[in-house]
Ligand binder design. Sequence first.
Ligand SMILES: [Zn+2]
Length: 365
Amino acid sequence: MACAIGALIMLALVFAFPFLGFSTHGVGHVMRFADTAEALLGDHYGVLALVLLATTVAFPGLYLAALVYLCLGAGHQRLPGAIPLARLLRPIEPWMMSDVFIVGVLVSLVKIVSLADIHIRASFIAFCIYSLLLLRTVTLIDWTALWDAIAPAPEPDMTAHAGASGRSQSLVACGACGTPFVAHPRHRCPRCGKRHHVFRVDRIQLTWALLVTAALLYIPANIYPVLSTVTLGNAQPQTIAAGVLHLAESGDWPIAAVIFVASIVVPVSKIVALAWLCIAARGRPAASLARTRAYRITEKIGRWSMIDVFVVAVLATLVQAGTLMSIEPGPGAIAFAGVVILTMIAALTFDTRLLWPERAPGNAS
Ligand SMILES: [Zn+2]
């Protein structure tokens, strides 16, 4: 809990001080963290502002505050709102991206360090500490102990029997509190009340729909510029691929590689991998483990694609030197953010039980 409180204090400090300083040819300005959202809103990129604030501040802030409240109230009988709050925590985790944002800031700095003087200010340090404490908090949580303190585990369901798969008996483990129970249609978890779906093959259609939409959105994300650099009135639009090439040409190989992997390799391989998993879902049981591993990797790495979106947000806010030089976001950035979000949701909707086909009766172990 100390980590969570520390992270919340650091988050408050992030808003109290300047974030980064920028100056070129005697013209410069100081950027605060909140300016990123304001600048994006001003450029009519409210969607990006919303994504940025939700993933770096709102979701983590809600997560930390809820956790502190639950830990403080642990042991109290009937803590108001404890169960709904606790149920929120696990689903929020993949959407907390303060660590991705820091990498985005560092990439932005490398991109403009040759054009201008950059000064790191107190708020950026506070943001890094906040992000580290947030990661530490997430890894330290003992979910079993937390749920035991909030709601006692119900009696185990005695109708389940060994020798048959959980899927054939409609057994599910609650995604929020981990309690195993038999899910009847429209059944709720006996411990936390979360509604569960019985195994449904047609759920794969939803994953397909999201994947196809993401694949279609990936086209405008690459055709339209993600940002344009305006130097003395001359606008130079830049697409994702052009950005990578430009970095590589100017010798920033490591950063070019990071952007290439995050913006091109990860989204494409994620769409291909999820499509492959959907098609191959009911293949040989021997490959189930490999497929589950492939799924876990896809699920984990997807959020890192957001780096390029954050780079656009930071550059558009920071590089504001009037007519001398400024950077504006492009429509490609919105399409790309859509791709990242849709592929993340597609991975979440994929039912991993599809990877573990039913064994023929008699083969059950
Ligand atoms: Zn539950």
